[in-house]
Design a protein around this ligand. Structure first.
Ligand code: HXC
Length: 260
């Protein structure tokens, strides 16, 4: 049975990363997590990768979260190691310098939704379901879910989702701001790739600096956030790309950014 991560580099500079384990709802087994972690470590340093889209193989489920069958066979120590591995892997998604989009082409539950929450944007399928059902399994969302969900949709709504373990539709996920888009399942990937393509045309250093300023700034007070923004802006001033942007404007053409 396949249990791997597909990496497809598109001409637009968008890299499509696919969780490939459709026979098990793309559940995050240790083997799949190790592959994903290696993939993420490599992508972070690839200059030609301007944006990353995550998706799942098959046509029904994006990712069903931790592998519950594997978990049943584990002793406590191994559970601890696996939980740490999921956490570290998902943290690597969050820390990618490029913009990231979760093309949730089907259901995302538990660690699967937490992976999507670590992305910059999420595209949901209107008819699919999304949730953090961990408390129904007598555990908690342990890969960022208790922290990222309330930051995204507010404490009350996050507590309701986590305490009840309820599954909401993609349409609802859009309404509460969990997803930035909801569309028919068949269109999820196209929409996400199109968004990523728009981003990949922009200055890569600017994108990375804007991401950093937003992600770090949101965790601090406004004055500190504005200082972080100043530092991030400074990093763009001496770039060739900034000059290219001005030149392209003057010449009424599309800029060609090189990430320098
Ligand atoms: C292992 C899983 C799985 C999982 C599904 N499968 N989810 N295997 N771990 N999390 C397997 C099923 O057993 C089945 O295998 C096959 O995938 C297809 O699943 P079905 O249920 O037959 O398909 P469907 O009816 O379409 O339903 C899909 C589903 C449902 C909605 C995803 O399977 C489901 O609710 N799964 C549980 C999801 C869940 O509770 N996730 C939270 C995990 S906890 P067979 O061999 O029977 O065909 C978590 C904690 C993270 O993520 C903490 C991080 C630190």
């Amino acid at each position: 049975m396949s249990e791997t991560v597909g990496v497809e580099m598109l001409s637009s500079g968008v890299c499509k990363v696919t969780l490939i384990r459709p026979e098990a709802a793309n559940a995050l087994s240790v083997q799949l997590l190790e592959k994903l972690k290696d993939t993420l470590e490599a992508l972070a340093f690839q200059k030609e990768v301007r944006a990353v889209v995550f998706t799942g193989a098959g046509d029904k489920v994006f990712c069903a979260g931790a592998d519950l069958k594997e978990r049943r066979r584990m002793e406590e120590e191994e559970v601890r190691r696996t939980v740490a591995l999921i956490g570290e892997t998902i943290e690597k998604v969050a820390k990618l310098p490029q913009p990231t989009i979760a093309a949730m082409n089907g259901t995302a539950l538990g660690g699967g939704l937490e992976l999507a929450l670590a992305c910059d944007l999420r595209v949901a399928a209107e008819e699919s379901v999304y949730g953090l059902p961990e408390t129904t399994l007598a555990i908690i969302p342990g890969a960022g879910g208790t922290q990222r969900l309330p930051r995204l949709i507010g404490v009350g709504r996050a507590k309701e989702m986590i305490f009840t373990g309820k599954r909401i539709t993609g349409a609802e996920a859009y309404l509460i701001g969990l997803a930035q888009y909801a569309c028919p399942l068949a269109k999820v990937e196209t929409l996400a790739l199109d968004l990523a393509k728009q981003m990949s045309a922009n200055g890569p250093i600017a994108l990375a600096q804007a991401k950093k300023a937003i992600d770090n700034g949101i965790e601090t007070d406004l004055a500190t956030g504005l200082e972080l923004e100043k530092l991030a802006y400074e990093r763009t001033i001496s770039t060739k790309d900034r000059l290219e942007g001005l030149e392209a404007f003057k010449e009424k053409r599309k800029p060609q950014y090189i990430g320098e």
